[in-house]
Design a protein around this ligand. Structure first.
Ligand SMILES: [Zn+2]
Length: 309
């Protein structure tokens, strides 16, 4: 049996224990559900926490998960997988626009050290959060031998893939338009997918409307909003078409807090105008429900795979 712990850091921190790549027991959350807070968490809650404190919180959760079993029979951990938003290479978070305090952080090293202080010795593997979702989808659907790609649609736009391939894979920053007026991407780049689809970018574009109102108005026939909703879908189709032209057709999944804006038939109709070579037309598109479990399982599975388990 393999035992792993998966940790997902997004707007909150969630961790759980995996036995043979399946969730075993309850998930732990920070900010906690123990404190019976009725208020919805603010998206910026974690950005206010210093990086050292974040590591302590994660280490604390892992300690609870390893010690939670009363019998000392198996506190042996095979791997700890941590999924974070941003560019992750060799355990270092090279860039993380939505969690700026961890930029440049040697997360693998710091967490390993913090865990040692708590008497826990297990290899730590750090993955990008969208890659972790792709791994989780592949694992839970018995598709670990196939290519799985995931778009996460939220404040930022993430692109994840399984199996992991060395690289940057910042799919959200792929250029989808040559219009110089498209400059709303959080990274500052012109013409980026996230500059059209990202939550923050939409708020900058429509200073008078929240993204939810833009999509609602479009449904009611407002021409300006309708035009934008079409652009939003065409941008995602363009980026997806590019990945189909590079790595082939296959399955694409869509998730994230703004996935409710997505209309698959509209996306598909745009995609069909962009992908015309018949061997590439066998792609499929599917919306995934928003949950933490998939990324959590993926973080653990990626860690086990990376460590040869
Ligand atoms: Zn960008």
């Amino acid at each position: 049996m393999t035992t792993a712990i998966g940790v997902v850091i997004t707007e909150h921190i969630v961790s759980g224990r995996l036995e043979d790549q399946q969730l075993a027991g309850k998930l732990l959350r920070y900010p906690g559900d123990s404190e019976s807070t009725d208020q919805p968490e603010t998206p910026d809650e974690l950005t206010a926490i210093p990086d050292g404190e974040l590591v302590e919180i994660i280490a604390g959760q892992i300690a609870i998960l390893t010690g939670s079993e009363k019998t000392p029979r198996e506190t042996q951990l095979d791997a700890i997988g941590v999924a974070v938003p941003g560019i992750v290479r060799s355990g270092v978070v090279e860039e993380s626009p939505n969690l700026p305090q961890i930029k440049g952080m040697r997360l693998k090293e710091k967490l390993t050290k913090a865990l040692e202080g708590l008497g826990i010795a297990a290899p730590v593997h750090v993955a990008n959060d969208a890659d972790a979702i792709a791994a989780g989808v592949a694992a839970t659907r018995g598709r670990l031998d196939k290519i799985t790609r995931v778009w996460t649609i939220g404040n930022g736009i993430g692109y994840g893939r399984w199996p992991y391939v060395e690289g940057v894979w910042e799919g959200g920053h792929i250029t989808v338009t040559l219009d110089p007026k498209e400059h709303y991407c959080g990274c500052g780049g012109v013409g980026h997918l996230e500059g059209i689809m990202g939550h923050r970018a939409m708020r900058m574009r429509f200073l008078d409307l929240e993204p939810e109102e833009v999509f609602a108005n479009a449904k009611e026939g407002d021409a300006r909003c309708r035009e934008f909703v079409d652009l939003w879908h065409r941008a995602l189709a363009a980026a997806t078409a590019s990945f189909i032209h590079l790595a082939g057709p296959g399955r694409f999944y869509f998730t994230g807090c703004n996935v409710g804006f997505l209309e698959l038939p509209l996306l598909r109709s745009h995609l069909e105008t962009m992908v015309r070579m018949s061997p590439l037309q066998s792609f499929s598109l599917e919306i995934l429900p928003q949950d933490d479990e998939t990324a959590l399982i993926g973080a653990g599975v990626s860690a086990l795979r990376a460590l040869g388990g």
